[in-house]
Design a protein around this ligand. Structure first.
Ligand code: ATP
Length: 356
């Protein structure tokens, strides 16, 4: 709540890595901090873990401010990007390490280690040294080790970034399974928007020390509230227009093409005057004629991607470009060619007004 983290380095001005950040994370959810490099994700995670302290603000856990507590006194554990396993120890010893440090009896440690080995499907490799297992297996051991003391919250700092594409995809599913099976709250940090969309219950999009939007993957993707969010997550089309009125969170917007469309608005926002509207490429349809279309233009480029085709249209009135993405079917292409005069149509609920 109201967390600010200011860094002071010699010879330069104080720098706010986090500026008055407030976010409420629910118990048992898979919550992701998403943003580009340097936006403050790791700083926020480190403050929750207790590796650093906020300059201002509180970090509340079940009604208690944990900001002054050292890391080992917090019911929180962290999985780092560089797993930080002990190479001379076996898989089982690594998993049991935290429990041993807590002075738990051997019988309890053995039982928990077996349970964790089963959870991450590593029973067969329990006696292998962690220097003799693959990257994906090391990742599982790091997860099991962090989960073994049964923290209330597990913090994961880009834990999949060292894995290759295929393994990363598998581990995304695995992490989601682990979270739902253990019921532990996961706070996951990534700069990869696809990873965030596929794994999270909710996402906080961060930029320059601020949280810009918090919502479910669908909210964030379909209803971006700011230009930064719309740009950072997926591809999108921007159309300029003028707000003519707002009712029940839906604005009437007159586009440069002359068409008046209905567009959703960010919560609590009442647009007026010049506005920007966003429409995702796959939420628009390409028409062979301009009549009845919302916007019109000329087909400038057609790019075939295997699963879908992207049609780039130079707009007649707006002057900008609009991309329509169409999923390919076995029956062949839609029969468009470069230079065709085309219309673009989209449903009212495909358009969203941006706050900025
Ligand atoms: P990445 O994805 O690259 O890890 P991030 O979003 O996690 O980025 P942070 O590591 O939180 O970013 O850093 C946020 C900003 O704070 C950056 O500009 C960084 O240079 C700065 N910063 C982080 N730690 C310190 C520090 N100890 N001293 C000074 N500046 C710092």
């Amino acid at each position: 709540m109201g967390v600010t983290k200011q860094f002071q380095s010699a010879g330069s001005d104080a720098f706010k890595a986090l500026d008055n950040v407030s976010v409420r994370i629910k118990e048992n959810e898979f919550f992701t901090l998403l943003g580009p490099s340097g936006c403050g994700k790791t700083t926020l995670l480190r403050l929750i873990a207790g590796f650093d302290f906020p300059t201002e603000g509180q970090i509340m856990l079940y009604g208690q401010d944990i900001a002054p507590l050292p890391p080992f006194k917090r019911p929180v554990n962290t999985v780092f990007q560089s797993y930080a396993l002990f190479p001379h120890m076996t898989v089982a010893q690594n998993i049991g390490f935290g429990l041993e440090m807590q002075g738990k009896p051997k019988s309890e440690i053995d039982a928990r280690v077996s349970q964790m080995l089963k959870l991450v499907r590593m029973e067969d490799l329990a006696k292998r040294k962690t220097s003799q297992i693959s990257g994906g297996q090391q990742q599982r051991v790091a997860l099991a080790r962090a989960l073994a003391p049964q923290p209330k919250v597990l913090l994961l700092d880009e834990p999949l970034s060292a894995l290759d594409y295929k393994l990363r995809k598998d581990m995304q599913i695995e992490l989601k399974r682990l979270q739902s099976e253990t019921g532990i709250t996961f706070i996951f940090v990534t700069h990869d928007q696809e990873e965030a969309l596929t794994m999270s219950d909710r996402i906080a999009v961060m930029s320059k020390g601020h949280i810009l939007q918090v919502g479910g993957p669908r909210d964030i993707y379909d209803r971006p509230s700011e230009r930064f969010v719309a740009n950072f997550i997926g591809e999108t089309n921007f159309l300029e227009g003028e707000a003519k009125g707002v009712k029940d969170g839906v604005a009437q917007v007159k586009l440069a093409s002359g068409s008046v469309i209905s567009a959703g608005c960010p919560e609590g926002f009442k647009p007026s005057g010049k506005v920007t509207v966003v429409v995702r490429p796959e939420h628009a349809d390409l028409k062979k004629e301009k009549k009845g279309a919302t916007v019109t233009g000329t087909l400038s480029t057609i790019v075939y991607f295997g699963t879908d085709t992207h049609y780039h249209v130079k707009l007649d009135k707006d002057g900008g470009e609009f991309v329509v993405r169409h999923q390919n079917s076995r029956t062949g292409s839609m029969g468009f060619k470069q230079g065709d005069a085309v219309g673009i149509a989209f449903d009212d609920d495909a358009a969203q007004v941006l706050r900025d």
